[in-house]
Structures are given as C-alpha cells and as structure tokens.
Ligand binder design. Structure first.
Ligand SMILES: Nc1ncnc2c1ncn2[C@@H]1O[C@H](COP(=O)(O)OP(=O)(O)OP(=O)(O)O)[C@@H](O)[C@H]1O
Ligand SMILES: CC(=O)C(=O)O
Length: 363
C-alpha cells in the first residue's frame, strides 16, 4: 500500500468517476494526499460503489466516504432511451416526464427532437421560463415558444443530449418538489454499506434538511445503522438561508457547478463571499467544490487565478476543497491533488504565522 505522504492543513476531498474507480487509481489519489472521497450517486453503479467502499474500508479505514445524492436536481429524464446530438441553431422540444409519452405519439411525424425532463407538469405550471441550461450552465437553449409543458427552444451551440444530463431552469421553485424516491433508496443503500457521510444536494433551508432527517431516522431505526449528514448549498435560497441551514448540520459544501448555473457565473464570487462572511467564526466546516484545479486537468498545472482563488478562500475561512471533474473524468487527478495539497500547506503556514504575529501584536 502507498503511504499517505503528509497530512494537509485543509480537508481535501476527491470525486471518484470513470477515470478513478479502479483500486489502483484510488490508491494513487490517497498517496497524493486525499482523506475523503465523494461518490456521485448519479454517475456510479451500485455494484461499483459496493466494490469501492469495500476496498477503501478494508485498506484505508481512516479515509472517509461521502455519498452525494442527487436531490431536487433537474435532469434529462431516464425515459429518454437513446441520446442524440443537437446542432447549433436547431430547434427542439423540452417537456415534462408525465407528458413525454403522449407528446412523442403526437409528434411522431415531426422532425423535432423531444427532450423529457425528470420533473412533473405541476412544477413548471405558471412559471416564466426564458432559457434552459445544460451542464452547469455551459450550454444555453433559448425559449422560442411555449404551450403549457411543451417548450420549444433553440440551441446556442452543438450539444449531446443523454439521459441524466443536468439541466437548469433558473426560476424553478424547489420548495414544491417532494424528496425524490431515488434519494431515499440511495440513502438506505449508503447506510447499509457503511458509507460515512451523506451529502444532501440542493439544500435551500433548514426545513429541507429536517425533511431528509425524518426519512433517515426512520431508515436508521429499521436497519440499525447511522450516517453523518452534510448539506450542499447551490441555490440562491440556500445562500440566503445559510445560517438557518447551519442549525441542522455542521458541514456545508458549496456546489459551485450548480450555483453558477442557478445564480449566474458572474455572481459566483459574491455568493461565495457572502457564505464566508456568514460562517466566519461559526465553528462550522465550509468546503468549496468544483472548478478548483481545472487547469491541471487541461494543461497539467494550475492557473494563476486558481491559486489566487484558493489563497483568498483560505484567508476568508474556507476549511476544505472538493475536487469534482478534476479527479472523476480527468487522468490528471493525482497531479491536481498534489498541487492542491502543496498550495494549501504553503498558504496555511503563511496565514498561521501571520495570525500569530498579529495576535502577539494585539497583546
Ligand atoms: N460515470 C460517468 N459517466 C459519464 N460521465 C460522467 C460519469 N461520472 C461523471 N461524469 C461527468 O463528469 C462530470 C463531473 O463529474 P462529477 O461526478 O464531479 O459531477 P457533477 O458535476 O457534480 O455532476 P452532476 O451535476 O451531473 O451530478 C459530470 O458533469 C458528468 O457529466
Ligand atoms: C459538486 C456539485 O454538486 C457542484 O459543484 O454543483
């Protein structure tokens, strides 16, 4: 087994994905300095999760495993059997899950492709929708016309559509949505397999967590297992209610991928700053996820702005970082972890020295 080289000043989490689910890849990430893994329940099969958890638990009992459940995330519905490409300028139809089969029959002779979303008609009734975004806001489809739940859109760029792909409708009100059945099944699976932490996605209020806790407590008394609960904040309401959310959990993860789609990428630093200010001296753990070391995936070294971002976040009280696509879909995962650990160690040494100096000066 590879030994962990050093203990880091910050909590560093890596997401496992197609490029890192083998035992060998997991060992390399641990050797580079990882002390917790995120498993995205939306992308990894249950068989693979069982194998990964078994491997980590029996070889690295101190490494924590975090199961990230999908929450109230809008995605392309599982009802879409075969994926397809839509080209720049092409018009397509989005619809809701409960209208998809009917619409497919009605439009059988039309050339328009239909994309079903995993939401029910009631969720979008009366809602003004100007755009639908795909993959954390990276691709935009402008709404050209709409009749109830039949939404005609034009693509700004060429995109591949497959089931499960993440979508964003900015104006959506999640308070009307039920906890997806899939989340409850996934939580029970995580508990039965001794996963340490469940990461609840799209938490917008303390009430959201309490609803999950009710379900988790019921499972817990039935199977006699427990699990730690963390909240992922990635909506405007979540940022607004951050202190309220903290009353129900000790760890907050800021999901910058979804947040940039939900709140607009230009506003992202402002949301991040707002959470830092709110959590300052709260004693809560604050972990920032996504787009931490993307340049290492692309070019083999971090960019100046990534390093500056990391330093500023540490100065503002962030306690940990969560790598997502850097380790799940890139072959440069261990390199990203090494750079991140080195940066965190170096900056925390400097910040600690500065703090001690200032404390002494104040006395
Ligand atoms: N097993 C997989 N098969 C295909 N694509 C994957 C897989 N795992 C991850 N991905 C892709 O890599 C990206 C980064 O993976 P990660 O698990 O960090 O997801 P994420 O950005 O939180 O995704 P999502 O928002 O879809 O839950 C995802 O957006 C997804 O498109
Ligand atoms: C990690 C995650 O969910 C996000 O960045 O949105």
């Amino acid at each position: 087994m590879i030994n962990v080289l050093w203990r880091k000043a910050m909590y560093i989490v890596a997401t496992l994905g197609p490029k890192t689910i083998s035992d060998n890849a997991i060992q390399k990430l641990i050797g580079a300095g990882i002390e917790a893994f995120r498993i995205n329940m939306s992308h990894i099969s249950k068989d693979n999760i069982k194998r990964i958890v078994g491997f980590i638990k029996s070889n690295y009992p101190d490494v924590k495993i975090i199961g990230d459940i999908t929450g109230k995330k809008v995605r392309v519905s599982e009802k879409l059997k075969d994926g397809f490409k839509i080209t720049k300028g092409e018009e397509v139809i989005f619809t809701v899950e409960d209208q998809y089969d009917k619409l497919k029959k009605q439009l059988v002779d039309s050339k328009l492709k239909i994309i079903p979303l995993n939401i029910k008609q009631a969720i979008i009734e009366g809602l003004e929708i100007n755009d639908i975004y795909i993959k954390d806001g990276r691709y935009r489809l402008a709404v050209m016309g709409r009749k109830g739940s039949v939404i005609q859109c034009r693509a700004d760029s060429t995109i591949y559509i497959t089931k499960g792909k993440s979508c964003t409708i900015k104006s959506i009100d999640r308070s009307n949505m039920d906890i997806p059945d899939r989340d409850i099944e996934d939580i029970e699976f995580l508990m039965k397999n001794d996963v340490d932490i469940v990461l609840l996605s799209f938490i917008s209020s303390a009430e959201d967590i309490r609803k999950y806790k009710e379900k988790i407590n019921a499972i817990s008394s039935r199977i006699n297992k427990s699990i730690e609960i963390w909240a992922k904040v990635e909506t405007k309401d979540g940022v607004k209610n951050i202190l309220d959310i903290c009353s129900e959990t000790d760890t907050i993860v800021f999901g910058r991928g979804d947040m940039s789609a939900e709140g607009g990428i230009l506003n992202l630093p402002l949301y991040q700053w707002e959470i830092c200010r709110s959590l300052h001296k709260s004693g809560k753990m604050f972990i920032v996820a996504t787009n931490i070391m993307d340049n290492v995936s692309l070019k083999g070294r971090p960019s100046t702005s990534e390093l500056n971002d990391i330093f500023t976040m540490m100065k503002n009280g962030v306690n940990g970082f969560m790598l997502t696509s850097e380790t799940s879909v890139s072959t440069n995962g261990p390199l990203a972890v090494r750079y991140l650990c080195k940066a965190c160690n170096r900056y925390s040494n400097i910040l600690n020295k500065r703090k001690i100096k200032n404390d002494v000066r104040r006395k």
